[in-house]
Design a protein around this ligand. Structure first.
Ligand code: FEC
Length: 307
């Protein structure tokens, strides 16, 4: 008989109705409610991408494929999938409680964000482990999976294919990832270095000698990691006819891609008279999901180690 363990897939979460906007934004702000005006601005951004973000549906698709790949590859373990969100129900804590109620005592956890960050990903694991401690449950953590060969293979191939579409033009390439509040960088978070090293590896794989790195989707308050994608776009646009954006910090289509890239960066490119192109997001690409599966499979399973 196969050993049953929980597969906890954690993701950012997204509002599912207009009424969710206020609690969602309040959760993002760690319990401090935004003003009605701030919520209205956020609603305009969701409206601009068609009303809702596809994030929840894509997370579900990625997680189900991950569970399928893991289960097909293992003769000894059966992974039972649970999804928990950071800012929207079902929350991370709900998923851990559901695992406990399903009789599971051991789980592996992965965040749908590939780079370790003290600020971003560590908090997902902290929340999962705090709830798991209540039940005496063990949770193994995939802290980062950006160095998996399949992760690099997806982005290299997708970038190469996108570059083909603009090969008649002089092209600039901008790798992007989510910005972080500047105080987090001061605390020694190595996220920027990890993202930059990954961009370098993908660029080398594709044979790019010149490219830029930029940080996108910064919040509206306080100082954030720079250079911002708009600033970099303005610089790069001075020398090229087309710009290809490679959002290696994200794993699927959602607000930060569909609005911040496909609407905001595109509008800026039009203003600067350069062509806008973006590399397709991985979403449920099987090779990309395999990167997560490989990272999960590397985690030791408690009972297997004992055996
Ligand atoms: O598609 C969707 O509905 C959700 C897309 C979404 C993703 C995402 C990823 C990250 N965020 C990170 C940090 C911050 C910090 C603040 C912040 C604010 C927002 C707002 C929305 C939002 N984020 Fe997000 N984030 C997504 C959505 N994020 C909506 C609120 C409006 C705004 O400020 O733009 C600032 C909080 C504050 O105001 O104090 C900080 C990080 C990631 C990448 C890692 C991860 O996925 O966990 C870091 C996807």
């Amino acid at each position: 008989m196969k050993q049953k363990i929980g597969l906890l897939v954690m993701a950012y979460g997204t509002p599912e109705t207009e009424a969710d906007l206020m609690p969602y934004y309040t959760s993002i702000r760690r319990g401090y409610a935004p003003t009605e005006a701030e919520v209205a601005v956020l609603k305009q951004r969701y409206d601009a991408i068609g009303g809702l973000s596809p994030l929840a549906a894509i997370t579900k698709g990625q997680a189900e494929l991950l569970a399928k790949q893991l289960n097909e590859a293992s003769d000894s373990i059966e992974y039972e999938l649970f999804i928990g969100h950071k800012h929207m129900a079902p929350f991370i804590e709900d998923a851990v409680t559901a695992m406990h109620e399903a009789g599971l005592t051991e789980a592996v956890a992965i965040v749908m964000a590939p780079y370790f960050s003290m600020f971003a990903t560590a908090s997902y694991f902290e929340r999962a482990k705090r709830r798991a401690a209540r039940y005496g449950m063990t949770i193994g953590e995939v802290t980062a999976w950006n160095e998996e060969p399949e992760f690099l293979a997806y982005w290299s191939r997708a970038l190469q294919a996108t570059l083909e579409t603009v090969k008649e033009s002089k092209v600039g390439v901008i790798f992007t990832a989510h910005s972080l509040p500047y105080h987090v960088i001061h605390m020694g978070d190595t996220y920027p270095q990890m993202v930059e090293a990954t961009a370098q590896r993908i660029a080398a794989e594709v044979g790019l000698t010149e490219y830029a790195m930029a940080w996108q989707s910064a919040g509206v308050r306080g100082d954030w990691l720079t250079p911002d994608v708009a600033e970099v776009t303005r610089q790069v646009a001075q020398h090229v006819e087309a710009i290809v954006y490679v959002p290696i910090g994200f794993v699927c289509d959602h607000l930060e891609i569909l609005y911040d890239n496909d609407i905001a960066c595109k509008a800026l490119c039009e203003e600067l008279n350069v062509m806008y192109q973006r590399v397709p997001m991985p979403n449920t690409d099987a090779v990309f999901v395999k990167a997560m599966a490989q990272a999960v499979r590397r985690l030791p399973i408690k009972d297997e180690v004992k055996a």
